[in-house]
Design a protein around this ligand. Structure first.
Ligand SMILES: Cc1ncc(COP(=O)(O)O)c(C=O)c1O
Length: 434
């Protein structure tokens, strides 16, 4: 054996030996579930403060006061749009009152013949799938890949129909879908690629932001989102035609601003019947939040890495797969996936044991859209959507995930206690199966 390899092997042996000693020590401790001391002693009020969301402070208050004093409310909208356009490098953008109205405008802009079908995940918020209904379009429910919780291209290939015209993907929990492969397939099949990027502010793939891979994309700035403005949304458009149609749908004041040859210019004063303007207070908050977006995403990621790099050493515990050319962000929580067979115990037993140790581990199942009433009633649709018998990807992610809170400030002591709590529970694996 080469000398340097000998050194490596020795180091490995020492590390493995150290881990075994630590595991043996943890095994001697009593689980909190069985009356032992809680591992997490970090004060709960400080834990809650570290995960508090949304995070508004003096800068947001000052921006709102300044706007009120200025009395020039609507100037805030083009200012926010310009900054978001520069950040995402989108050809065109339009602020909307929320993500759902941005989706509705996007589906209107498609101008597809009634009966057209659009592929969407079932693991998503309702407006991804439902807003198309107003324009006679019908969803085709596509499964998610259980390794990523994102759009399963192989399932889409199986479900392509003669009526399929577009694909709208959703970047679950801030993890980008595999946009290069999806884009190639859409090109090959002549499908329009759309993005619901409501979870993915600042996420990228191959250096390109989410929201601009599709010919149209949307963001939500609702309170829980990665960049919250309480309520708010944004549409991103890569062609002038789509931008003008989407903007004219809910912005009656926009058509006269378009060039003379715009097909929607004549709809001055009415648009197409909706009023979807963003509240200027939301735009003011958004401008402040955008300035901090990358720094806050980086802080969250650093804390997730400090935790997950250790937790994913435990048998059966993994995190959603990320390609090296993807940069994800974290929306809502840090999702971990449990393989019960490899771990040797059930998720409910794990959650009980972790919660007893003082870890705020939770679960939250995304309601699968295809199971909801509205999709089963033909009267709401041009033709009834096909309801899949099962969606194994959705089911697996809903059955195997664990959510850990995100930390918006550095808290190495808390992370260490969380790690110790997981390791302690794993050290008592046999007890959890009983
Ligand atoms: C995936 C997804 N799409 C769209 C939306 C709609 O956004 P909004 O709540 O701003 O209408 C949401 C919001 O929860 C969402 O999670």
């Amino acid at each position: 054996m080469a000398k340097e390899n000998q050194g490596q092997t020795r180091r490995h042996f020492v590390a493995a030996g150290g881990a075994a000693v630590a595991a043996a020590a943890l095994r001697r401790e009593t689980l909190a579930l069985d009356g032992g001391p809680k591992t997490v002693t970090f004060p709960m009020d400080r834990q809650i403060a570290l995960s508090r969301w949304p995070r508004y402070g003096p800068a947001e208050k000052q921006a709102l006061h300044a706007l009120i004093d200025s009395n020039r409310f609507y100037e805030e909208l083009p200012a926010f749009e310009k900054e978001w356009q520069e950040y995402t490098k989108s050809a065109f953008v339009k602020a909307h009152m929320n993500g759902s109205s941005a989706l509705t405008s996007m589906y209107f802009a498609l101008d597809l013949p009634p009966g057209s079908e659009i592929m969407v995940p079932s693991y998503t918020f309702f407006s991804t799938c439902l807003a198309m209904r107003f324009f006679g379009c019908v969803p085709i429910f596509i499964d998610i890949d259980p390794r990523t919780a994102c759009f399963d291209l192989e399932d889409a290939k199986r479900k392509l129909t003669k009526r399929t015209r577009a694909v709208c993907v959703m970047h679950s929990w801030g993890l980008p879908c595999e946009m290069d492969k999806i884009q190639d397939w859409c090109k090959e099949k002549g499908l329009i690629l759309l993005e619901d990027a409501a979870h993915a502010h600042g996420a990228e793939m191959q250096g390109k932001k989410m929201g601009v891979w599709g010919v149209m994309g949307i963001f939500s700035f609702q309170t829980s989102k990665v960049m919250p403005t309480v309520e708010g949304g944004m549409g991103l458009y890569q062609t002038r035609e789509y931008f003008e149609r989407a903007a004219a749908f809910g912005h009656y004041e926009d058509p006269p601003k378009f060039p003379a040859d715009s097909p929607v210019r004549a709809y001055e004063g009415t648009g197409f019947g909706q009023k979807y303007r963003m509240h200027p207070f939301a735009a003011a908050i958004g401008r402040v939040q955008l300035r901090e977006l990358d720094a806050l995403n980086a802080k969250v990621e650093k804390n997730v890495r400090a935790l997950n790099d250790r937790l994913t050493q435990l048998p059966g515990l993994s995190e959603p797969r990320l390609r090296p050319d993807q940069k994800r962000v974290y929306y809502y929580a840090n999702m971990l996936l449990l393989d019960e067979k490899k771990a040797g115990f059930r998720r409910d037993a794990l959650l009980k044991a972790l919660q007893a140790e003082g870890v705020r581990a939770t679960i939250w199942d995304y309601p699968e859209q295809h199971k909801l009433k509205i999709y089963s009633e033909a009267k709401w649709w041009h033709h009834p959507p096909t309801i899949p018998k099962s969606m194994p990807g959705n089911e697996q992610v809903n059955k195997t995930h664990i959510f850990m809170p995100l930390l918006y400030e550095d808290a190495p002591e808390l992370v260490e206690q969380w790690v110790r709590a997981f390791e302690k529970v794993w050290a008592h694996r046999e007890r959890l199966t009983s």
